[in-house]
Design a protein around this ligand. Structure first.
Ligand SMILES: [Cu+2]
Length: 407
């Protein structure tokens, strides 16, 4: 079972309202023994070696192929306890190069520390695999791997923007309603109105699929931009973990289930916040579950050039003397790690320069502190430094992370 040379380029986690700090890829070592090829990736303070291999060595269309992943930390220890996010340790999204095929798989942990799943590719050709996982104390990691499958290839399908953002799949008619023009570098909300194609009635019996009312996977035509987003959900508004407590978007108004959006029962509307980092064709795979069946509804959109990102203007921010500045931007918290002397008073001054991020609140779980971070306002948080220790903090979506080390 020799390894398959796989190039791991690290993807910018560009959408999903929340960008983690841009990871750098360092191709450190390449082993070609039966451990397979692995790449070293750096994210935040963590360094991980992510390996991918297939069995058989060459994947053949029409035959089961084992897709195997290993994640190792910088001490070369195999990580066997990836965080369970949306009910799974790894979400593996597989698309064909022309984005005409889409598969959502879940490699499971094996006793040897490998995460494995078996899949039968219906066609030969070039595919891209996106492994979406979160190691302990790390931000979400999305690692992509190209894979060539041998066997008969179907003719490629040209990617074209949909004229009408309405699709019917397996009795579900889904209408996508962006709340503004689709342009890059702008946070927007994509509303998906779900109707029963037979009765024309709003669908109110969507089931949770992997712990969420829907899953959205958005991939750019060049396969470089990837997002795995989840809907903002009324019943999760309280649960910091899942709630997309994003900024000044009106979703707060959707708190009570019997609210209406454009006259349609909110029960049948699922929304997600996204920011497209660049212009061009993107494919959106919206997944819903109804009557036990997972239904994937694809949309293709052409995103326009957006306004240039302006650097955060700190000139108007009034930071009190002696306060420790932490800037909140699309890249997370800057700085994200602060070491501080025990016994000295520590006042943090958070400043969020614009709304192009999901840092609308900061949560210090251990200190039971949650503070809203309105745009353009300096928000102060006093950190107790009488005892040495670490205080982690995160954004409302648990995507941006930081820590204070008192020593
Ligand atoms: Cu998944």
């Amino acid at each position: 079972m020799k390894n398959f040379i796989i190039f791991a380029t690290f993807l910018a986690l560009a959408f999903s309202g929340c960008k983690t700090a841009m990871p750098e890829t360092q191709t450190a070592n390449r082993q070609t023994d039966n451990q397979g090829a692995q790449e070293t990736v750096k994210i935040g303070e963590g360094i991980y070696k992510v390996g991918f291999m297939t069995n058989p060595q060459t994947a053949n269309a029409g035959e089961p192929t084992e897709l195997m992943f290993t994640v190792k930390n910088k001490k070369d220890e195999t990580i066997r306890d990836l965080q369970i996010v949306h009910e799974k340790p790894i979400h593996l999204l597989v698309v064909s190069e022309d984005l005409n095929e889409f598969y959502h798989l879940h490699p499971e942990a094996q006793t040897d520390g490998v995460y494995k799943t078996s899949f039968t590719f219906p066609n030969g050709g070039n595919f891209r695999l996106y492994a979406d996982f979160t190691a302990n104390n790390s931000a979400q990691i999305v690692q992509d791997f190209p894979l060539t499958v041998s066997g008969n290839q179907r003719p490629p399908v040209e990617l074209k923007a949909d004229e009408k953002l309405q699709k019917t799949v397996n009795g579900l008619r889904v209408t996508m309603k962006p709340d503004s023009d689709l342009a890059a570098n702008k946070e927007m909300r994509l509303n998906f109105q779900v109707t029963d194609a037979n009765t024309n009635k709003p669908v109110t019996d969507l089931e949770n699929y992997l712990g969420a009312k829907a899953h959205f996977v958005i991939i750019s035509q060049d396969l470089q931009e990837f997002v795995h987003a989840h809907p903002m959900s009324t019943d999760n508004v309280k649960g910091a973990e899942h709630s997309h407590e994003m900024n000044s978007m009106p979703h707060e108004k959707l708190q009570s289930p019997n609210e209406k959006l454009n006259g349609v029962d909110s029960e049948s509307i699922v929304s997600a916040h996204v920011t497209f980092p660049k212009a061009g064709l993107h494919k959106i795979f919206a997944q819903f579950q109804r009557a036990g069946q997972v239904i994937t509804v694809p949309f293709t959109v052409n995103v326009k050039e957006g306004v240039e990102e302006k650097p955060i203007d700190l000139s108007k921010a009034k930071f009190p003397a002696g306060a420790f500045k932490i800037i909140v931007s699309k890249d997370g918290f800057t700085p994200s790690e602060i070491s501080f002397k025990q016994g000295l008073p520590l006042k943090l001054a958070f400043y969020r320069g614009d709304a192009q991020n999901c840092g609308s609140e900061v949560i210090f779980k251990d200190l039971h502190i949650t503070k809203k971070l309105p745009v353009g306002k300096v928000v102060l948080v006093d950190i107790p430094t009488d005892t040495a220790g670490e205080f982690s903090f995160a954004c409302g979506m648990n995507m941006f992370k930081g820590k204070i080390v008192v020593q």
